[in-house]
Structures are given as C-alpha cells and as structure tokens.
Design a protein around this ligand. Structure first.
Ligand SMILES: Cc1cc2nc3c(=O)[nH]c(=O)nc-3n(C[C@H](O)[C@H](O)[C@H](O)COP(=O)(O)OP(=O)(O)OC[C@H]3O[C@@H](n4cnc5c(N)ncnc54)[C@H](O)[C@@H]3O)c2cc1C
Length: 386
C-alpha cells in the first residue's frame, strides 16, 4: 500500500465516491480509503432529494450545476438507484408563506428554471391527501429523488471500473504533506489528498469549522398514492433566527416501493446516534399537521444521521490553506446528495488545474479564514427540512 497516487480520497460517502469516479475517469491514479462501508455515513441516513435551493446565489449555482449533472447520468443509473423526477412542492400554509412562493418563483424564473405557482385548489388536486385548505405551493418539476446509498455504491463501482482502488474497511489515522497514514501502519503517498469524511472530517483536519447537525428520519409501510411529489413546508420562515434551537419541519418523500420517507429534524449538540423520542414525536406531529393520514401509517424504521455543518451554510470545496496537498470536499450539511456530483467536478478540476464551469470562490475553504470572512447568519434558517 505504499504506492504513489495522484489522488487519495479519504471517505467513501456519496461525496468521496463521486470524487473518486470523477478523478479516475479523467485518468488520475486514484485510491479511496473508507473506514466502514461505501455510503454508510450520512449518505445512508439521507432522503435522497436532489433539490434546487436558492438561499444564496452560491447555493443555487452548486445545486443547479449538480442537479444537471445528475440528470445527465440518469440514463446510465441502474434501476435500484430509483432515480425519479418527482418534482418538489414547497407548501405555503398562509399568505406570508405564499409571498415566499412568489419570491422563489421570481428567483427561479430569473435563472431560467421552470416553476409553477399553485393556488389552493390546484395544490389539492396535485396532492389530494394534504390537509385542506392550504394556501398554495410552488411546484419545481425538475427536482429528483433517488436512493443515496445505492447511488454512492454505483459511483464507487464506476470509479473502480475506471481504475480506482478502494481500501475498505480501513481507517485513516492522519493525513498531511502528501501522506495518508492508515490504522494498520500502512502509508499511501499522493499528490493530492481529498478529505471527504463528512461530519468526521475535523478528526483529520484539526481546526476545520464543521459541526455535527443531527437529523431524524422515519419510513412508513407501503402507502401507494398517498404522496406524489416531494413535499416540503415553507413554514420554517416563521421560526427564523432559531439557529441554536432544535427544530423540525414537514418534509416527506414518496419512494418507488410506495413507502413514504418522513423528515426531518435538526439538532446541534446531540452526538448520540440513538433516536431521540421527543424529537421523533415532534417531527411526526408536524408531519401529521400537513398529512393527517400519516397518523394511520405504520412506521417500519426510524434512524438518525449527522450533517456536516459549516458556519456560513456553504460546503468546503478546494485547498486547505494549511497544507497544499490537502483538498477538502466536505461541509455539505443537508445538500450533499444533491451537490456530490458538482463537488466532484470542482475537485477534479483543482487536481488537474482545469478551469471550473462555475465560480469556485464561494466554496473555497480559505474564505472562512480570511480577515473578511463573514457568517451569513440569516441563511441559517433557510435550510430547514433538509
Ligand atoms: C436526516 C438527513 C437527511 C438528509 N437528506 C438529504 C437530502 O434529501 N438531499 C441531500 O442532498 N442531502 C441530504 N442530506 C445530507 C447528506 O446526507 C450529506 O450531505 C451527504 O451524505 C454527505 O456525504 P459525504 O460523503 O460528505 O459524507 P458521509 O456520507 O458521512 O461519508 C463520509 C465517509 O467517510 C468515512 N470516514 C470518516 N472518517 C474516516 C477516516 N478517518 N478514514 C476513512 N474513512 C472515514 C465514513 O465512514 C463515511 O463513509 C441529509 C442528511 C441527513 C442527516
């Protein structure tokens, strides 16, 4: 294992798997070291909503870029990835939220993204089982759902097919100066080391400004037809500036099996993997407010996962200022399934010295360490439900 590689990717969640695939298919000698199984971290806990988000121009740029890359792959994805263009309905429960529907619609229109404002009746027709009356919704038809673990597995299979080597399960103990130390004493040497360890990234990169943000999800028994689109409430706007508090939001997804994924929650400061009964209960109560029939469904499984949260709600993609051999591909919080493919492109561009297709500065890790670094606190609230 003491080979020299162009790139060693540490972590084989969806981000690391995507980076490995992108690097290997561009001809880079690529190794991946994963401490557990492929797609077993936050990726296994996620909903798999590949969603356009526009809380900031940089967030929109990366989600739009990445969603287009997912769409480009759709024809190659195996059936078990369950890629489906379901579309998202952003639901407004009152006039204040309807104003946000109109704002989102304007922003998407200005960027050439199709969306449609639904009034109360049109929403009831689109989703007959939602509580009535709702004020309306924004339909974003381009949004997709998929199975994140299967997608990560496929990306890694593609990486290996393109020549990458996967070392798993093998824990990386330390990295730096082009060296990757593995738990069994082995060492890999690489031109570039890509840290893609999600919420665990700070273990390898001391000083990394990443906090764990716990989330809960549940899945029901088969309920074919109960939900047609990904449904997300816009109600989080009312709980603005609650960065420190635990929060829940209505966010449900129809799976191909007919089951419904029910989310979601956000918590700082709880690093236990166990389901918190109070948070779970609050999340389910919130969901029943929007979708009363959920109360009659059987929950077949509940679980938690940890998002990797940065102070300014944007991921860290690019060089780590303290070590020229280290590239970061982490901090994707609630959007890493969506943005994995865009992240992988930007990382491979970096390694190869190629020009990126979107501006990279907003994701550059150095932004959080410059004198001008500022934290856009107001965007803290705009990710609820993810
Ligand atoms: C409840 C919930 C719902 C979500 N829903 C969505 C959604 O609908 N859409 C969306 O876009 N995003 C969603 N997300 C966010 C998404 O899950 C994450 O952003 C994404 O999975 C991050 O992927 P990753 O590869 O960076 O991290 P991970 O999937 O956590 O992968 C990191 C990998 O690194 C490995 N690792 C860690 N340390 C080491 C080490 N020292 N050596 C070797 N390997 C190591 C781990 O074993 C793991 O496999 C959700 C998250 C949660 C918690």
């Amino acid at each position: 294992m003491s080979d020299a590689w162009d790139v060693v990717v540490v972590g084989a969640g969806i981000v690391g798997a995507a980076c490995a695939r992108e690097c290997a298919t561009r001809g880079l000698r690529t190794a991946v070291v994963e401490s557990s199984g492929v797609g077993s971290g936050a990726t296994a806990a996620a909903m798999g909503h590949v969603v356009l988000m526009n809380d900031s121009p940089a967030q929109f740029a990366l989600t739009h870029y990445s969603q287009n890359l997912w769409r480009g792959l759709a024809a190659c994805l195996p059936a078990d990835v369950e890629f489906e263009q379901r579309g998202t309905l952003w639901i407004a429960a009152d006039e204040e939220e309807m104003e946000e529907v109109r704002r989102k619609h304007r922003v998407f229109a200005a960027s050439g993204v199709a969306s449609e404002i639904l009034d109360s009746d049109a929403l009831a027709e689109a989703e007959p089982h939602l509580r009535r009356p709702m004020t309306g919704a924004l339909l974003v038809p381009s949004d997709v759902v998929l199975d994140p673990s299967r997608a990560a597995a496929w990306l890694m299979e593609q990486a290996v097919r393109a020549g990458a080597t996967l070392y798993a399960p093998r824990r990386v103990m330390s990295t730096g100066a082009g060296r990757v130390q593995i738990e069994d004493g082995a060492e890999l040497h690489a031109g570039r080391i890509v840290i893609a360890c999600g919420a665990e990234s700070a273990n390898l990169v001391p000083g990394l400004p990443i906090r764990k943000r716990k989330g809960h999800l549940a899945i029901t028994d088969r309920q074919p037809g109960l939900v047609r689109h990904q449904l997300v409430e816009l109600g989080y706007l009312k709980s603005a500036h609650t960065v420190a508090a635990d929060s829940v939001a209505f966010n449900v997804q129809p799976r191909r099996s007919g089951q419904i994924l029910v989310g979601s929650s956000r918590q700082y400061g709880d690093e236990e993997t166990a389901v918190n009964p109070a948070i779970l209960a609050a999340m389910l109560e919130r969901a029943k407010v929007y979708l009363p029939e959920l109360g009659e469904c059987v929950l077949v499984r509940t679980w938690t996962g940890f998002r990797a949260a940065t102070p300014d709600k944007l991921p860290l993609i690019g060089p780590w200022p303290a070590d020229a051999t280290v590239l970061l591909a982490t901090g994707h919080e609630g959007l890493g399934i969506t943005t994995s493919l865009g992240t992988a492109r930007l990382i491979a561009d970096q390694v190869m010295g190629a020009r990126a297709e979107i501006p990279v500065a907003p994701y550059w890790p150095g932004r959080l360490f410059s004198a001008q670094a500022h934290v856009t606190r107001d965007s803290e609230t705009n990710m609820e439900g993810r």
